[in-house]
Design a protein around this ligand. Sequence first.
Ligand code: PEP
Length: 246
Amino acid sequence: MRRPFISANWKMYKTIKQTAEFFKEFLPLVKDVKDVDIVIAPPALSIPKAVELTKGSNVEISAQNLYFEKEGAFTGEISADMILEAGCPYTIVGHSERRQYFNESDEFLNKKTKAALAAGLKVIFCIGETLSEREGGKIEEVLGRQLTEGLKDISADKLVIAYEPVWAIGTGVTASPEQAQDAHAFVRGKLKALYGVKADDLRILYGGSVKPNNVKELMSKPDVDGALVGGASLKADSFSQIVKFK
Ligand code: PEP
């Protein structure tokens, strides 16, 4: 039985002060949730404050990105060790906005994932097809490539996969529960080829306009183990409703 995993991705939203205001409201709303992993990825500058405020709670913190080198002349970047030392156990890798706006390739994301895991971080690894790839019948080709190249020579331990169709991110258009299940089943099949029976234990999250009113149906599908939530995670009230989807 895979434990549900609900994660927030705040992208470039919320200052440190707004982060503190969010947790003040959010933590009491979810304090009784015992059977869901709850993870929030604030902007890097807010990580220390978020770690401090969630200490001893049922909420864990994630980075949104990292660089694969340990240290050096890489202006603007942060390393896995820096994230870990800040008390943050997770990082997202390969979000479609990183792939699209910062030209991050499968090979580059493979290096980041390896660096994160080697340092001891857990990785939420994102994949997903664009609308033109879907319409061109290329879903399986794209997801297959993102998994085999992105996760090349990487072990399954400490990985969470997020399937996020690019056309559904921030658009208000959600994949139907059936579309999500079809893609997740395909992804699990690919993960089986990579990891054998361990693939049965890997959590596959759906991301793309998840809201309080659609999360329950998405989560009812057998291969949908959680959600990665952008817009609807910015308000304590709506994100707490998503966390309490049952
Ligand atoms: C995301 O940022 O990963 C995401 C899925 O965003 P949204 O929920 O706003 O579509």
